[in-house]
Design a binder for this molecule. Sequence first.
Ligand code: PEP
Length: 248
Amino acid sequence: MLVAGNWKMHTDREEAIRLAEAVVAEVGDPGSVQVAVCPPFVNLEVVRQIIEGTPIRLGAQNMHYEEAGAYTGEVSAPMLKSVGCRYVILGHSERRQYFGETDEGVNRKIKRALQYELIPIVCVGETLEERQAGQAAAVVERQVRAALDGVALHSAEALVIAYEPVWAIGTGHTATPEQAQEMHALIRRLLIDRYGEAIGRALHILYGGSVKPGNAADLFAQPDVDGGLIGGASLKAADFAAIVRAAH
Ligand code: PEP
């Protein structure tokens, strides 16, 4: 199980310090559950100092696919690696929706992240219109195939997929455990086809979309749900810790 908190564009420096300290205290020893927090770029360093020596790992929310260059305002994989990131969220629906991210760009970012031994948390998921039109499975399949095009994986620890139906993100509308499992099973089949039984079965597939302490256990009980990517609830340390406990 893996539970990752996406802080999005929240927390100034002081707030990030307070939240990271509270997460460390509230989560305590998560046992076999892997836990990560993904603060905004400018707070990665200060959060790293607080979580160092604890079981909590650091992630970023995005990166550029080039290693360096004239890309004003961007941040690269080696930069994230140098400040202690283990994970990087790629292709989040907010990046696709507001910043024009494409499947092709996400694929390039994944390849670069793997080169620097960053673990990409690759987000896929359909919009409400796509679900209502009966296209949810086709959209997710296209996103997964495009993201993984030409991506070789030598270990199940190298990459994480997050299924995040766009209609469930920040809306309070969570997918039912059955809806989540149906899509996770589809993603599992694609991963097994692509990488074989051993790696395909062991890769983490997270669910994201209005996960809260009250619904986490039912979602995590599904056979192909291997944890969660948590937005809003990750900004409250007690809620985030309760979600981590639900993954036990
Ligand atoms: C997210 O941003 O990845 C997310 C799942 O957000 P929320 O939990 O707020 O729906």
